[in-house]
Structures are given as C-alpha cells and as structure tokens.
Design a protein around this ligand. Structure first.
Ligand code: GLC
Length: 389
C-alpha cells in the first residue's frame, strides 16, 4: 500500500470512529442514514476487522441480530434510540419489517480468517437467518424471492422498472415503494414471506444468499442442520446457473420481470460470479464486468451497463459505481484467482474513494462523488488494500 493508501486508512478510521453509536453499531452517515442498516453493518464489521478492531466488528454484528425473531428473520433497519421513528410505516416499533442481503455469513468468515474466535451466539444467529431465507420463503424457479425492492439493497435499480408503470422516475418509484410495503404477504407472526405485487427472485440477492451460506460453513465447526444449509446453497447456485443469458452476458431475475426489466445488465446481477463454477460462464461474466463498452469503467464497474437505455451515470442506483459492489466484485475475482482483475478493482476502489471523498457512490468515469458523503461502506477500501493476495 502506498502513502495514498495509508492516508485513506487513517481517514476511514476517523470516519468510522465518529459514527460509532450505542449499543454497538456504525451509522452509515449521520445526516442521511442515521439508523442501523443490516448489510451496511456487515460491511462495517469487515472494515472494523481490517482496522484491527475485532471487538467493534463483533459488537456490530451482534446488534444486527438484536431483533432477529424466532423464525430467524433479521430486519433491515433498526431505529436505536428512537423506537417510534417509523412505527406507523412498518407496523412495528424499533425495526423495519423486511430484510436485506444476509452479508453476515461473509462478515463472520472474514473475522474467522483474521483469527477471531467467533462467538457461538453470532454463529447460531447467522445459521438461523440463512435457514429462514432458504426454507421459509416459497421459491420462484428454485430461487429465493424478495418481498420489496429495498430487500435487494439496490433500491432504484432498473431491474425493478417492470413494477413502475409509466416509466421510472424518482417520485413515481418512491410512491410505488411505499405501496409495495403494504402489499407484503406475512405469516401469522408478521414475518415477510412473499409478495404477489412484487414477484421476483433476483439473481444478485440469490447469489449473495448462497455465497453467505458457503462462507459461513467454510469457517465453522460442522453442526446439525449444516448439510441442509449447504444443500440449499447448492440449489440456489444451480437454479442461478439456469438463469444465465449468454446473449446478454448476465443472470436474469426469476419472476414476473424475467422477460422485461429482469434482464437489464447491472453489476449486482453479475454477483452470480461469487457462486458460479462453469468456466465459460465465469469468463464471460468477468468480461462483462470489465468491458469498457458496458460496465467497465476506471473507477469501478458501473452500476448499470452504459448501453442500457435506462443508464444514468449519476443517478442513485441507475448507473454510478457503488463501493460495496466494487468490493463484492473484487471478492469474486479473488475466488476465481483473477489476480489482474483483483488488482484493477482495488485500484478502481482506491481512486473512487479518494476522488469522491468516501462517498456513498460515485460516477464510474470520473470518480465524482454522489449521495451521502462520507459513507461508512466506502471504508471497504481498507480490506481491499490490505488483503493478503
Ligand atoms: C440506501 C441503499 C441501501 C443501503 C442504505 C444505507 O437505502 O439503497 O442499500 O443499505 O442506503 O446505506
């Protein structure tokens, strides 16, 4: 790591330190995102670990699971200190009533590989959270559905345009997202299980579920139920394989948008790389990720392929590069021993982080920052710069 990298590390440390909150989590950005978000916290835990603060990483993951219910469901938002903040909206105090990608499997694996002895309660919570997604949600074409666009973490992705009659606009989609919360089908305990109004099992979300299972199982002592988890991850990986579209070099979402917006070429759809094992598919997907005519750009893969008519280089989820997706692309490159791509993605991340001032997302061509700034997950640059090859 050069001096630029060392400077970045100090900056990340200062930002995360200033955002540390009781009872033990990092706010992504105090002005724009003053609460706890599930996948942000998992990414923060990875950053804390790289900063040598395993204590913080463990505490942050523990607070992620603080409101996990008996089914294993983990809410995506926790309103620490202000339990009534969105109670009317979610129909419950303290937390949201939908989830987000279960990045805790990978976060725990990162900790274990750093030599941290994983607390048994965290491992048990992670197993239960993953089992819940694999078992309790009725699959679509073998894949796990989400019940709301926010569950994907990619809130305004063009993959959801099928559900935005009249064409996507920020305001129109904002209204649709509000209505979709009211249309989620829940079990008797209020646990979200499906939505007929938003029937989709996204490629990216499923890749993350399967990969998080595999990551967790890679580092824990075998326990009863693990075979089921492993089989579930294999099922998702196989079902995902069937969604590969060689013509568009992407994995297609299952569900009602499979023939329309579910095939828009986005970076998150290429997270299938985390679990794909057919060499020709892997090669094509990596080419798609880095092709300058499509997703490839100097400051990290674009969020959306520039050839898509919906591509907007500076608009939230419609084109910019996102640091956590650059990080996940880098993880995929490491898995497949693509060392040149590993280095290129780390360079792109460092460039984007520096130019944007640790922004929530940035223009993939110029590095100009957008959204909240600085944002906690930009700190993922630290593990990318310090990882052992
Ligand atoms: C936005 C993002 C979501 C993230 C949250 C907090 O809602 O779309 O993925 O978790 O901000 O950073």
């Amino acid at each position: 790591m050069g001096t630029g990298g060392l400077g970045v590390r100090g900056r990340v440390e200062a930002v995360l330190e200033a955002r540390w909150r009781e009872p033990g989590f990092t706010v992504p950005n105090p002005a724009t995102y003053p609460w706890q978000w599930l996948w942000d916290s998992c990414f923060h835990a990875i950053v804390w670990s790289a900063l040598g603060r395993a204590d913080r990483a463990v505490a942050e993951l523990r607070s992620v699971f603080a409101h996990q219910d008996a089914s294993g469901f983990v809410p995506h938002l926790t309103y620490w200190g202000e339990p009534g903040a969105a109670e009317d909206f979610w129909g419950r105090p303290m937390t949201s009533s939908i989830t987000q990608p279960p990045m805790y499997g990978h976060a725990l694996a990162v900790l274990a590989r750093a030599g941290v002895r994983l607390p048994a309660d965290l491992v048990a919570s992670a197993r239960r959270g993953l089992r819940h997604l694999l078992v309790d949600r009725p699959r679509i074409d073998g894949l796990v559905p989400i019940v709301h666009p926010w569950e994907s973490g990619c809130d305004d992705s063009p993959r959801w345009d099928h559900w935005c009659p009249g064409g996507w606009s920020i305001d129109r989609w904002y209204d649709v997202k509000g209505v979709l919360v009211t249309l989620v089908d829940r079990d008797a305990g209020g646990v979200p299980v499906r939505s007929d109004a938003f029937r989709v099992a996204p490629a990216g979300f499923n890749a993350l579920v399967a990969w998080n299972v595999r990551e967790l199982l890679d580092v824990v002592e075998p326990a009863p139920g693990d075979e089921g988890l492993a089989a579930g991850a294999d099922e998702l990986a196989d079902a995902l394989d069937a969604q590969w579209d060689p013509a568009r070099s992407t994995w297609i979402d299952a569900g009602d948008a499979a023939g329309s917006s579910g095939g828009v070429r986005t970076v998150d759809a290429l997270l299938g790389l985390l679990v794909a094992d057919r060499p020709p598919v892997v090669a094509r997907a990596f080419d798609a990720l880095t092709d300058p005519a499509g997703l490839g750009a100097p400051f990290g893969p674009r969020g959306v392929d520039r050839r898509e008519p919906t591509y907007l280089p500076r608009t939230y989820w419609r084109g910019p590069a996102w640091p956590h997706l650059v990080y996940l692309s880098w993880c995929a490159a490491r898995i497949h021993h693509e060392s040149a791509r590993v280095n290129a993605l780390a360079d792109a991340m460092l460039g984007g982080v520096i130019r944007s001032g640790l922004s929530e997302y940035w223009d993939a061509d110029t590095g100009a920052g957008s959204g909240a700034s600085p944002q906690g997950w930009a700190g993922l640059v630290v593990p990318m710069l310090t990882a052992v090859p």
